[in-house]
Design a protein around this ligand. Structure first.
Ligand SMILES: Cc1cc2nc3c(=O)[nH]c(=O)nc-3n(C[C@H](O)[C@H](O)[C@H](O)COP(=O)(O)O)c2cc1C
Length: 187
């Protein structure tokens, strides 16, 4: 079966938005990728899943490196611009700088990272593999910074969301009942 763009099944997935930066044959570029995943702690490994026709795909294939800045909850406009125009047609980074968005140079990779993002990760490409209509680029984190206190934006149903109330655990009594049932079924 398919899981089409905009379908109920697609909308069931809640994601972050990775702002994927690259510098290559398509110039300095940025795109938005909701399919940005953390795969491993030690070493840190990040994967992004990109369409074959993206300028970013061409850049990563040529340079074997990319940056991931996880968009903060106030970076929805930046995300929509990065995701709404292709670097094949627009010098997005120049336009974004003119609009007031700021970038910082990569420490290890040539591509910059996004100022104000929740985290920065500089990745060196380990592997790429085609899955259906997208390509999974898997990168080892070679450098990175966390910015405590900056919350990531949440992406769902094609809209941006903020964290709301934390869901509380059930009361102690119910937790004890659950624990007892789990223990009863121990292997
Ligand atoms: C919030 C958001 C998330 C997106 N996620 C992805 C994604 O995970 N993979 C992808 O290939 N395109 C995704 N897109 C679309 C690309 O960002 C878009 O096609 C962009 O223009 C590609 O830029 P480029 O051609 O300069 O690389 C997303 C767009 C938005 C707005």
């Amino acid at each position: 079966m398919d899981i089409p763009y905009g379908s109920t099944a697609h909308h069931a997935f809640v994601t972050n938005v990775g702002l994927v930066t690259s510098t290559g044959p398509q110039g300095e570029n940025i795109m938005a990728a909701e399919w940005t995943h953390h795969l491993s702690y030690k070493p840190g490994i990040i994967a992004v899943c990109l369409g074959p026709s993206k300028a970013t795909t061409e850049n990563i294939r040529a340079t074997k490196e990319f940056g991931v800045s996880i968009a903060a909850e106030n970076q929805n406009v930046l995300s929509s611009l990065a995701g709404g125009y292709s670097g094949k047609k627009v010098k997005k980074m120049d336009a974004l700088r003119e609009l007031g968005f700021r970038f910082v140079p990569g420490k290890v990779i040539k591509a910059p990272l996004v100022e104000g993002a929740a985290i920065h990760v500089e990745c060196r490409l380990m592997e790429e593999r085609v899955y259906g209509d997208h390509i999974l680029f898997v990168g080892e984190a070679v450098e990175g910074t966390d910015f405590e206190g900056i919350l990531p934006v949440i992406y769902n149903r094609g809209k941006y969301w903020k964290f709301g109330d934390q869901i509380q655990k059930p009361p102690e009594e119910e937790l004890n009942r659950i624990k007892a049932v789990m223990e009863k079924h121990a292997k």
